[in-house]
Write a protein that binds this ligand. Structure first.
Ligand code: FAD
Length: 459
């Protein structure tokens, strides 16, 4: 008797998709597995390549572990293939027994204050995509402001603030793309102001990210005494939570540090709730209006009615990421995720309105759980999803054309210039050698056409 075989499509070759494939291949199971991993980018690794900042080589190093999984050769990858355009759910049903969506999140969550539409108001996710060399964003970024506001108190806000304040010379050992280096070198910035609604003991960023700011060359860290008048809840947080303890310690040290010599300053404003991005009279950002908040005694904050305004010429909104809907797949508009139970995708029954499992369709990573958490969390996530994929054997799809060749034929018949693992190796080597020539770890190739041409050896 022939053994059952699971032909599995995974859409999204970020950490969640790669971990899911790896976990399934290593799992105890009584069927064979053959996995195809699709990504609309010509290169794998998702936000590890296109989100994690270039000056975080330790985190970028996670790519080595992900590459080891791909290099084993038991997972096929098809880059430059977009689900929803190049492939539909019906196509996947025709060729696979099941699909896992691991499509992450790339967009900025929206911030609804007046003035967000002004010229000079940017989403941090777009800026991150630019400085990490994402192929689908413009090559140039308007770095024209001397004073900049960053709204948010998570790690992405700190990444944004650091990349804006850091001198480009100190980024030149990294894999910073050439166009980004040129853009940052021309930046006239002197002051970066980070705004958080809550106090220093309620931030979302991590101690490591914070401490790093204090190590920037020729950048003064400016914190304000008025933000350190802690109430009981804040004091309890400092003594009761190690992470808060370290954050407080770092900030307290900065309060004592002499400032005034550096050519750039990075200001942290706590208890400051942005109310409006102010028009300079010509449709451009001219300032930020914010309200001073105060602790409400229950760990939150309330407005004090004291309104302040700071002149700035650009605003970066770093208030979180948000998932994108996929054609034919249920989507939760409120939370920006695919509705699911432990990774089993749920759909609403049209007659009863009840949620029921959409057989054969699974989700993992940020599109399953929402855009919070570190790369490591996508591993535990994938374990949960894979457990259900295995247990649902009786409910998988029955594809008409399950052979591995049939998918390749389909992509080729549609003229899709897909990239594969050998192609990725070629692009990887190309980027490493570009970097080596200049004493840098890597120089990323940014234009999509170039990435594809190098991968497909068509240059
Ligand atoms: C700015 C930033 C900095 C971060 N820094 C750190 C850090 O220092 N340390 C840390 O541990 N974590 C960090 N993270 C978090 C980490 O990046 C995420 O936890 C992780 O990448 C989520 O993995 P994922 O696979 O779910 O999504 P992603 O990494 O977003 O991967 C999703 C993949 O799906 C693909 N895709 C999307 N739509 C389609 C489609 N329609 N068709 C085909 N493919 C598609 C995308 O191209 C992408 O490759 C950071 C995140 C951001 C945004």
């Amino acid at each position: 008797m022939t053994r059952t075989k699971l032909r599995l499509a995974i859409v999204g070759a970020g950490p969640a998709g790669i971990y899911a494939a790896d976990i399934l291949l290593k799992a105890e199971r009584n069927f064979d597995v053959s996995i195809d991993l699709f990504d609309h980018l010509p290169a794998p690794y998702g936000l590890v390549r296109y989100g994690v900042a270039p000056d975080h080589p330790r985190i970028k190093g996670i790519i080595t572990a992900l590459r080891d999984v791909l290099d084993r050769g038991d997972i096929r990858i098809f880059g430059n293939v977009r689900f929803g355009e190049d492939l539909s759910l019906d196509d996947l049903k025709r060729h696979y027994n099941a699909v896992i969506f691991a499509t992450g999140a790339v967009r900025d969550a929206s911030l609804t204050i007046p003035g967000v539409e002004l010229e000079g108001s940017y989403g941090a996710a777009d800026f991150v995509s630019w400085f990490d060399g994402h192929p689908d964003v413009p090559r140039t970024w308007p770095l024209e402001a001397e004073s900049v506001a960053v709204i948010g108190n998570g790690n992405v806000a700190l990444d944004t603030a650091r990349m804006l304040a850091k001198h480009v010379e100190d980024l030149m050992v990294t894999e910073l793309p050439a166009n980004v280096a040129a853009g940052l070198a021309a930046s006239p910035v002197t002051d970066v102001h980070v705004f958080g609604r809550r106090g220093p003991t309620s931030v979302k960023f991590t101690p490591l990210e914070l401490r790093e700011l204090g190590e920037l060359r020729d950048v003064d860290m400016i914190v304000y005494d008025e933000d350190f008048d802690y109430d009981d809840a804040a004091r309890a947080a400092v003594t009761g939570n190690k992470q808060v303890f370290v954050i407080d310690k770092v900030l307290q040290q900065w309060r004592q540090r002499p400032v005034g010599e550096a050519s750039r300053r990075l200001h942290l404003h706590f208890f400051a709730k942005p109310l409006e991005i102010v028009d300079d009279g010509s449709g451009r950002v001219g300032g930020i209006r914010y309200e001073r908040t105060a602790p409400d005694g229950e760990g939150g904050v309330v407005g004090t009615g004291e309104i302040r305004e700071l002149p700035i010429q650009a605003v970066y909104r770093a208030v979180g990421y948000f998932g994108s809907p996929l054609p034919g797949i249920p989507f939760d508009k409120k939370f920006g995720v695919i509705p699911n139970h432990e990774g089993q995708v749920l759909t609403r029954d049209k007659t009863t309105g009840e949620a029921r499992q959409m057989y054969g369709v699974y989700a993992t990573g940020w599109i399953k759980r929402g855009p919070v958490g570190l790369i490591g969390h996508t591993k535990s996530d994938a374990m949960e999803t894979i457990k259900h994929v295995i247990n649902d054997l009786g409910n998988w799809w029955t594809p008409e054309s399950p052979s591995e060749e049939s998918v390749v034929e389909l992509l080729e018949s549609r003229g899709i210039a897909y990239t594969d693992l050998d192609g990725w190796h070629r692009l990887d080597q190309h980027e490493l050698s570009l970097g080596e020539a200049e004493g840098r770890v890597r120089i990323k190739v940014v234009p999509r056409d170039d990435m594809v041409a190098i991968s497909r050896d068509e240059v």
